[in-house]
Design a protein around this ligand. Structure first.
Ligand SMILES: [Zn+2]
Length: 154
C-alpha cells in the first residue's frame, strides 16, 4: 500500500501513513496526538525545516508579525482554510519578529507573505491578505498537483 509521511503537529515525529481518500482516526505513533489536527502550528526554524522537508503534505506558511494588522485580520481565515484540508496540507505560522533567520532565508519584505512548499521547495508565494475562500482555492490547486505526483510515484 502506498504510504506518505506525515509530520506530527505536536511532537514533530515523522509518521508513515497509508494513502487514503478519507481518514477517520489517525494518531501519531509516538505521542498519540491526532494527525488530523488542522490548527496552524507555530514553528521555529528547526520545526519549520522538519515540516517542509519531511512531510509529503503540502505546507502552507503564513509569515506574519504581531504588529502587522492585516496579518492579525487574516489569522481567522488562515485557521478556517486549514480546517478544510486535514491530511492534505499542513498550515504553519512563522512569527518573523522572532524567527528572523527564516524571514531572511525567504527574503520576506512584505507582511503577510504566504508561501506554499512541497518537499522543501517553494512552489508559489502571495504577498497580500487572502480570505478563507481565496486561501482554499490557492492551496487546493497545489494539493491536486501533489496528489497527482504521489499517485504517479506509486
Ligand atoms: Zn506526535
Amino acid at each position: 500500500m502506498d504510504q506518505h509521511r506525515i509530520v506530527c503537529p505536536d511532537c514533530g515525529h515523522i509518521n508513515m501513513v497509508p494513502l487514503q481518500e478519507h481518514y477517520t482516526e489517525t494518531d501519531c505513533t509516538r505521542c498519540k496526538a491526532s494527525l488530523l489536527e488542522t490548527k496552524p502550528v507555530d514553528v521555529d526554524e528547526e520545526s519549520f525545516d522538519n515540516h517542509i522537508w519531511n512531510s509529503d503534505l503540502l505546507v502552507v506558511v503564513d509569515f506574519w508579525a504581531p504588529w502587522c494588522s492585516p496579518c492579525r485580520l487574516m489569522a481567522p481565515d488562515f485557521e478556517a482554510a486549514a480546517t478544510t484540508q486535514p491530511m492534505k496540507a499542513r498550515f504553519l505560522k512563522v512569527n518573523t519578529d522572532v524567527q528572523k533567520s527564516l524571514a531572511a532565508r525567504y527574503n520576506i519584505r512584505t507582511l503577510p507573505t504566504l508561501i506554499v512548499f512541497k518537499n522543501g521547495y517553494e512552489m508559489n508565494r502571495r504577498t497580500r491578505m487572502m480570505n478563507t475562500e481565496e486561501l482554499q482555492k490557492w492551496t487546493e490547486k497545489y494539493i491536486a498537483r501533489c496528489q497527482a505526483a504521489l499517485s504517479k510515484r506509486g
